[in-house]
Design a protein around this ligand. Structure first.
Ligand code: B12
Ligand code: SF4
Length: 494
């Protein structure tokens, strides 16, 4: 069976980091599609597989002609491209199977596919494959439970070309114990966190290492620390493995802000070579935190929490949301700018509240007649929303634009790097790679010489970190380079 695995195109937004990749590296995208590489590893061994990630290469007619079966995976942000792929493959007479977050959230909004695997593939894909072999495959396969990850296979690395990507993804756990109103993770993956065993996780790191990857690895859990006991156990195994292999991987992940409460956990993460952690801070308004049920962020000093994490060598990337009912439109925008500047959350993903299908927020706002129908765009950094905000859409979007253009102005961006570096304990593991050296050299030319409105800021940062704090130098340059994408991204809101 010739099986084509297709990952549709996602828009060039905040997370694509497209501009920085194009200008400073030879890579075409940040991450390969882990969902498809995992599904690929679950398919019969005698099937021929090809993966086309449309974010790094074209889907050609030759690919489509070759296929007997086409598997499409997508997030809602890829809906348009996914629908185009389905239409094209249908026209060519192919049998199409769809799955992944977009189809789990609302497969009924798509047309033209033959089969959908809604939910996680581990328990449901074997059923589909069995039926397919018998010639009795149904249209809809919905996973009824949340499968254990004990049987999740190691991703099929040979499906991708490492050179196309800057970072490799691995996953330790799914689900999150918290209950934020807007969150679709708990709808799709549940509130009981399911994790792989430490041995299983080490096998995945080992397989990636043996496949030839060195460098950045994103542990794509939505909340790595959803089960603190289990993650600490895994981290101890990982530390030993990293030491044995001379720290080949620099790690990034996502975690809830209560990470700041656990000194031991922070130390373990730093020792395992985690450098960056994405934290959902969401808002500086206590009323809005209460409204969305983000209990773990309430009644704490969020500035101090961020600094504590920085002090342990982990750079905080922050997620923020504007447009809660409790947001005071006279203050929220300026308060958020101040918070982001004060804490030095350099990579601040500020989005507008959107209601994703089946979330508690979606149900509440639907009852209130405040959800705009149509495919949920699944994208909250494009300056639009599918809800009717209490403060009024126009005011919200105006405020959003103000925040984005302020925090991504070169002056404020570089001020934040300074604010972060003041607290950031440098992480000592691993050496600077050739890739990082090349990026550094390009940055000297492209930012240090060509970028008229920020070259002074760049050289100031460059000189200061090199003279006073050499160990923080790689982080400073990396942030300057990321800034090139983010400043470009912000321009669309000017
Ligand atoms: C890594 C990641 C990214 C990466 C890259 C994606 C990539 N190349 O894989 C980047 C950073 C680019 C990204 C961006 C965005 N992302 Co994202 N991302 C993730 C994250 C953290 C991990 C994805 C992953 O690898 N999961 C692990 C794999 C194993 O799980 P999986 O994909 O679900 O696959 C399983 C099943 O779904 C199924 N399956 C998957 N595909 C298929 C296909 C077939 C045919 C079958 C049968 C089964 C199947 O089998 C797998 C095994 O069970 C997820 C969260 C999550 N928990 O998954 C969010 C997530 C997918 N992202 C999300 C969002 C909203 C975004 C953004 C819109 C954020 C933003 N506001 O900008 C952008 C959109 C893209 C853009 N404009 O740049 C949402 C999607 C919601 C939805 N319903 O569509 C998620 C779920 C997180 C969330 N709730 O916020 N993201
Ligand atoms: S902490 Fe994050 S993953 Fe967990 S429920 Fe809240 S938003 Fe979702």
């Amino acid at each position: 069976m010739n099986t084509l695995l297709v990952y549709p195109k996602y828009p060039n937004t905040f997370w694509s980091f497209k501009y920085s990749l194009e200008q400073f590296t030879s890579e075409k995208a940040s991450f390969p599609p882990l969902g498809l590489m995992t599904v690929g590893a679950m398919l019969p061994k005698d099937w021929n597989l090809k993966l086309v990630d449309m974010n790094v290469g074209e889907l050609t007619d030759t690919h489509v002609e070759w296929a007997d079966l086409v598997f499409v995976s997508a997030m809602l942000a890829q809906a348009q491209s996914a629908q185009d792929v389905i239409r094209r493959c249908k026209k060519a007479g192919k049998r199409i199977v769809v799955g992944g977050p977009a189809f789990t959230a609302c497969h009924e909004k798509f047309s033209g596919f033959d089969h959908v695997v809604s939910g996680e593939a581990e328990d449901i894909l074997p059923l589909f494959l069995g039926d397919l072999e018998k010639g009795s495959a149904k249209k809809i396969y919905a996973s009824s439970g949340k499968p254990s990850l004990a049987g999740t296979p190691v991703p099929l690395w040979p499906l991708i070309n490492f050179a196309d990507y800057s970072t490799m993804p691995l996953q330790f756990s799914r689900g999150c114990p918290f209950n934020c109103e807007f969150c679709d993770i708990i709808v799709m993956y549940g509130r009981r966190q399911r994790a792989k065993t430490p041995g299983q996780m080490i096998r995945e790191f080992q397989s990636l290492y043996e496949a030839g990857w060195k460098g950045s690895v994103f542990v794509v859990d939505d909340n790595l620390i959803g089960n603190i006991k289990k993650v600490k156990e895994m981290l101890r195994w990982l530390i030993a493995w990293q030491k044995r292999h001379n720290y080949p991987f620099k790690l990034i992940t996502e975690a809830s802000v209560n990470l700041a409460d656990d000194e031991e956990l922070l130390k373990l993460m730093a020792e395992a070579n985690f450098h960056e952690v994405f934290v959902g801070i969401e808002t500086v308004s206590e009323g809005s935190l209460e409204e969305c049920g983000k209990s773990q962020n309430l009644k704490r000093n969020l500035v101090e929490a961020v600094r504590t994490i920085h002090r342990h060598g982990l750079q905080v990337m922050g997620g923020f949301i504007l447009g809660f009912d409790s947001d005071d439109p006279e203050r929220i925008f300026d308060d958020l700018i101040d918070f982001i500047q004060e804490t030095g959350v350099v990579i601040a993903m500020v989005g507008i509240l959107n209601a994703l299908p089946e979330t508690r927020l979606w149900h509440r706002l639907k009852k209130e007649g405040r959800v705009i129908e149509g495919i949920s765009r699944g994208e909250n950094t494009d300056g639009d929303t599918n809800i009717l905000p209490l403060m009024g859409k126009e005011k919200l979007i105006r405020g959003y634009k103000k925040v984005i253009t302020a925090i991504y102005s070169p002056r404020m961006y570089y001020a934040r790097i300074d604010a972060m570096l003041k607290y950031l304990r440098p992480v000592s593991h691993g050496r600077i790679s050739i890739r990082e050296l090349k990026i550094l050299l390009k940055s000297l030319w492209k930012i240090g010489i060509l970028a008229k409105n920020r070259r002074f800021l760049f050289w100031k940062l460059f000189g200061k970190t090199l003279l006073l704090s050499k160990s923080r130098f790689p982080a400073a340059i990396k942030l300057a380079v990321f800034g090139e994408h983010l400043q470009q991204f912000a321009k669309r809101f000017e």
